[in-house]
Design a protein around this ligand. Structure first.
Ligand code: GLU
Length: 477
């Protein structure tokens, strides 16, 4: 058995999208499950669209997700010699040839095919040029591309671990370009050369590359390489089954990170896009490693549903170890202007208590910070809906004053005693506890919903609670 060596090979032309992240994850899982090697390769031969800052972003996103690679990153732009050497060998063996057709000539052919309603295939114009013809083209200053000589008949069969045998008619494949006139390899060619030299055992990537695979297989055969196994994972579609795009909200790892999603939640969610671990849906990265197999990946497209991701994120927020969560939450509290790093000592204790109290009610770190503002700020306003419902009732100001008086002298000032005091006050006044609790919540937090009221009171402490109750009473009265 070949040792398992897999690669994630993004092109640095943008941020890491969830589709790419899922490809990286599946490769990672296959490597980890079989003691294999996970290789990172940056496919940056498209000089116009590739940018170093995108490479940095991709690496950061992968690191943030915890998908550590064992080898690389390798850069295709630094490996041009390898592609040239492979192309030279194919030319020598007459498995490839120089083509001198100009872009204009090719465009004319394409246009004619379009008019005839046929798919365009390169007609093999330069397949068998004589030496004189070649000399004449060179003398005219034309710079050639290199094309692979492909069979006109028969079929190329791709054996895919997910999709089974996929057959491609060779008559639909033309002599495609492997090296462009600027000397740079095409994606199909560079990919094949690297996969072979890097001894990749399994090529796991998005379904959009399935149609490239027969061309890659022809390159592999021409070069006499051992073919890797292929696995094409299904597309990810928007809920309306259209192609996923910007208008469907956040789609890049960086955007999710900025909105306060946790890497565990994102990994768990993208793992389920096309794969099912069985009964349960909540699976950690290490569980995924033991449960994952490519055979259990679906052929059909996966539907992208941010609601589910958000629900999952809420789950991971509740389950996260408090110290870690607090650390991850800090940048979001800083962005709200609530805290400034470093946060230590009492301030850190208080911060942790808040995070622990509020996290049950929110789904993202951004929401967590937003829902915690009243612990740090007095200048909040009252939710208008709550004002209508709870403050406008006759005698609410008096109720709040009574509550303030009660809390001012309550001993001890603790969760249980506060709760008891509230219950007995409402009994004394002949009202429901709700009649007291709702306006209190609005008075001390500005909100109609949130964590348990008595927990909020304990966290705010006696002075701030009493002040806020009195302030609200004045505001009403
Ligand atoms: N650079 C290609 C991409 O980002 C890699 C495809 C492959 O894995 O072969 O789509």
């Amino acid at each position: 058995m070949r040792p398992v060596r897999v690669r994630f090979a993004p092109s640095p032309t943008g941020e890491l999208h969830i589709g790419g992240a899922r490809t990286a994850l599946f490769n990672y899982l296959v490597a980890r499950a079989s003691n294999g090697t996970f290789i990172l390769r940056i496919d940056d031969t498209d000089l116009e669209r590739s940018r170093p800052e995108y490479t940095d972003g991709l690496l950061n996103s992968l690191r943030w997700l915890g998908l550590d690679w064992d080898e690389g990153p390798y850069f295709q732009s630094q490996r041009l010699e390898e592609y040239n050497r492979a192309a030279a060998r194919l030319l020598e063996e007459d498995k490839a040839y120089h083509c001198y057709c100009t872009p204009e000539e090719l465009a004319a052919g394409r246009e004619a095919a379009r008019k005839a309603g046929k798919p365009y295939l390169y007609p093999g114009t330069c397949r068998d040029l004589s030496q004189e013809e070649t000399r004449a083209y060179l003398a005219a200053g034309r710079s050639p591309v290199i094309r692979l000589r492909t069979p006109d008949r028969g079929e190329t069969v791709v054996r895919d671990l997910i999709r089974g045998e996929v057959r491609f008619d060779n008559s639909n494949l033309d002599d495609f370009i492997i090296v462009k006139s600027n000397g740079l390899p095409t994606y199909n060619f560079a990919s094949v050369v690297d996969d072979a030299l890097m001894q990749i055992s399994d090529v796991i990537r998005g379904e959009e590359h399935l149609s490239n695979t027969p061309r890659q297989q022809l390159c592999i055969e021409a070069l006499g390489y051992e073919a890797p196994r292929f696995a094409h994972v299904p597309m990810i579609l928007a809920p309306d089954r259209s192609k996923l795009s910007k208008r469907h909200g956040a789609t890049s790892v960086e955007e999710f990170r900025g909105r306060g999603y946790l890497p565990e939640a994102l990994l768990n969610y993208i793992a389920l896009l096309g794969w099912s671990p069985g009964e349960k849906e909540i699976v950690s990265l290490s569980e995924m490693v033991s449960l994952f197999s490519l055979e259990r990946v679906n052929k059909t497209a996966a539907i992208y549903d941010t609601n589910k991701l958000t629900w999952m994120n809420g789950h991971y927020l509740r389950e996260a170890p408090l110290e870690q969560l607090t650390e991850k939450a800090l940048p979001f509290f800083e962005a709200e202007g609530l805290l400034h790093a470093p946060v230590e000592g009492n301030e850190l204790d208080y911060f942790q208590k808040i995070v622990d109290t509020v996290r049950d009610r929110v789904k993202t770190l951004a929401e967590l910070a937003e829902a915690s503002t009243y612990f740090y700020r007095d200048d909040f306003s009252y939710e208008p809906k709550g004002v209508e419902k709870h403050f406008r009732k006759e005698g609410t100001d008096e109720l709040l004053r009574r509550a303030a008086d009660l809390l001012r002298k309550l001993e001890p000032f603790e969760l249980d005693s506060i709760e008891k005091a509230y219950r007995s006050l409402s009994e004394d006044l002949g009202i429901s506890t709700g009649r007291l609790i709702h306006p209190t919540r609005l008075a001390i937090s500005g909100k109609t919903m949130g964590p348990g009221l008595f927990e909020i009171i304990v966290l705010l402490g006696r002075n701030r609670t009493v002040e806020r109750l009195e302030r609200a009473a004045r505001w009403i009265g």
